[in-house]
Design a protein around this ligand. Structure first.
Ligand SMILES: [Fe+2]
Ligand SMILES: [Fe+2]
Length: 141
């Protein structure tokens, strides 16, 4: 099957070098692809809600895990990083509610895609800052 243009392929640009976190991030990217598929192909609101709900649960778990490790590593930006997680989770919950309240497909599709984009950006921008911190410390991955 031909690969869709919106599908994200896992590559080393997503790697933070910590196996358990990379596994969670890999899982997240595959959820992103499932969500994209639900939004773009099926255009079925309940499928989108299911995919987002799963992502919400897993993202919450992952953020907690990441925060525990950042504290353990004495990452200097740990508090700011946690605050970004809190903000994303609040936004996530708000978007879930907005999707539940809207029957206009382009509204929930756009909201779902935007939220997904924010989460991917967090990984590429914020999570890479602790990757760089760990690298600078020459910590064994
Ligand atoms: Fe992360
Ligand atoms: Fe993070």
């Amino acid at each position: 099957m031909e690969k869709s243009e919106w599908e994200i392929t896992w590559s080393d640009k997503f790697e933070v070098g910590i196996a358990e976190l990379d596994d969670e991030h890999r899982q997240f990217i595959s959820r992103v692809n499932q969500l994209n598929k639900a939004i773009i192909e099926s255009e079925d609101k309940s499928a989108v809600q299911r995919a987002m709900n799963l992502m919400l649960i897993e993202t919450g778990h992952h953020f907690g895990h990441e925060q525990d490790l950042l504290a353990q590593w004495k990452y200097p930006e740990a508090a700011a990083h946690s605050a970004k997680h809190v903000e994303l989770m609040q936004r996530f919950e708000r978007v879930m509610k907005e999707i539940a309240d809207s029957d206009i497909s382009f509204v929930w599709a756009a909201k779902g895609l935007h939220l997904k984009q924010l989460l991917v950006e967090h990984l590429l921008k914020e999570d890479m800052k602790y990757r760089d911190f760990l690298r600078a410390q020459d910590r064994p991955g």
